[in-house]
Design a binder for this molecule. Structure first.
Ligand SMILES: Cc1cc2nc3c(=O)[nH]c(=O)nc-3n(C[C@H](O)[C@H](O)[C@H](O)COP(=O)(O)O)c2cc1C
Length: 213
């Protein structure tokens, strides 16, 4: 994961008070590095919340595959529920919870698709079985049986037995461009620390507010 976190780890954060931070994406990168060292698995797992066309919220886990000053990237099938929901309403919320650190980060913002070049580059790093799976899975569509899925996997495995597997046209990534980020850290007696950062526009100046726990 470290190669997808191009933000330098500010060393003062490890000994200092996180509430002194002024740049939330740098603070996030520092916390993610801490979590990468302490979580038993999947430190990049995050809850992704969307809203369907009737306004009903929806949430599921996805894996963060890149974060930088532009935002938070994950990959998925664009014909899935989340794909349709984000195309229709390109806004989302993320939640990270690292139990080993008693820390939570919340992110809210606008959503855009990553470029084809970004999606191609990430797809090329996936294991071949996962690439075949991306072709075989009509994610979130009804599946009549496990056998039907295994047949589809066998068909694509035969089709792409030789050479590289191209990226399916409906498989790509979304970037959440943060406008609000909140950092929560457990303190004794539930007197937790919460710091919220907000900005009006992507690339704009962040303001910081301490919140009651
Ligand atoms: C830890 C974890 C990580 C996951 N990562 C992804 C992911 O990166 N991309 C993805 O499409 N689904 C991922 N899933 C599966 C999703 O949670 C979800 O079941 C699937 O994407 C269909 O969601 P949808 O019907 O809302 O589109 C993950 C599930 C878990 C439990």
């Amino acid at each position: 994961m470290s190669d997808t976190v191009p933000i330098e780890h500010p060393t003062w954060l490890t000994s200092g008070d996180f509430t002194a931070a002024d740049e939330p994406l740098q603070l996030f990168a520092a916390w993610l590095r801490d979590a990468t060292g302490s979580e038993p698995r999947d430190p990049t797992a995050m809850t992704l919340a969307t809203v369907d066309k009737d306004g009903l919220p929806n949430a599921r886990m996805v894996l963060l595959k890149g974060v930088d000053e532009h935002g938070f990237v994950f990959y998925t099938n664009m014909d899935s529920q989340k794909g349709h929901e984000l195309d229709e309403r390109p806004k989302a919320a993320l939640v990270f919870h690292w139990k080993s650190l008693n820390r939570q980060v919340r992110v809210r913002g606008n959503v855009e698709r990553v470029t084809d070049a970004e999606a191609d580059a990430y797809f090329a790093t996936r294991p071949k079985q996962a690439q075949i799976g991306a072709w075989a899975s009509k994610q979130s569509a009804p599946l009549e049986s496990r056998l039907a899925f295994e047949k589809a996997i066998a068909i694509y495995a035969a089709k792409y037995a030789i050479g590289t597997v191209p990226r399916p046209p409906n498989w790509s990534g979304f970037r959440i461009i943060p406008l609000i980020m909140e950092f929560w850290h457990d303190r004794p007696f539930r007197l937790h620390d919460r710091i919220e950062f907000r900005r009006e526009l992507p690339g704009g100046r962040w303001s910081k507010t301490r919140l009651y726990p």
